[in-house]
Design a protein around this ligand. Structure first.
Ligand code: ZN
Length: 203
């Protein structure tokens, strides 16, 4: 199982980090050891003083495929949830300045939080999924997949040129504006619409 992530897929978020709005999807990956599920807590590592939450819609791939055409791509999604792409912003900034890869800032243990998956049949409109995240019961991020720069079909088609998609792979589809720092003691809760899909306590 692999975890593929799309960066800068909402233009307002790209701007808040002073990044250019991309013309092709920005792709990075996390290993399976990054996965944090079943509402397990996140233990804040010592290597970063500035870990950010990024709330994202996460797709689960339901069948294997390569060179998937956009018109067939939706058939490869079996389920959807909301998750967090934890990012060590201080390390990422250092890596970006040096032109180095992001893995130490993005792919660390527990950096890929996922909620309970909803089968696609239960999601009425995949092109307009409203999602949000509350930190300590206050909403800090809200997005809608209608606002993405690259829609799910474009993402699946693009990444499947490079990586064979396999059943069970996950794709994080990017965060809307409003990312921010986590602190020990915070409780983060993710929603699709009104449905509560994860709780993640920072320890
Ligand atoms: Zn992200």
């Amino acid at each position: 199982m692999k975890i593929i992530c799309i960066g800068r897929n909402y233009s307002e978020h790209a701007k808040e980090l002073n990044n250019a709005v991309p013309t092709a999807p920005v792709v990075f990956m996390k290993p399976a050891t990054a996965l944090l599920k079943d509402d397990k807590p996140f233990f804040h590592p010592e290597f970063s003083k500035d870990i950010h939450y990024e709330t994202e819609i996460v797709l689960k791939i339901g069948k294997n495929g390569k060179y998937i055409a956009p018109k067939f791509a939706s058939g490869y999604i079996s389920a959807v949830t909301v998750g967090l792409d934890f990012t060590a912003r201080d390390l990422q900034q250092q890596q970006k300045e040096k032109g180095l890869p992001w893995e130490i800032a993005k792919a660390f243990d527990g950096s890929a939080v996922i909620g309970r998956f909803l089968p696609v049949e239960e999601v009425p409109n995949m092109t307009a999924i409203a999602f949000s995240m509350q930190k300590n019961k206050v909403q800090v991020q809200a997005g809608n997949t209608a606002d993405v720069l690259f829609d799910f079909s474009s993402i699946i088609s693009y990444v499947s040129q490079f990586f064979t998609l396999q059943q069970g792979d996950l794709i994080y589809t990017g965060t809307p504006v409003g990312v921010g720092k986590i602190n020990i003691g915070d409780v983060l809760e993710g929603y699709i619409g009104e449905q509560h899909l994860f709780t993640c306590e920072i320890k």
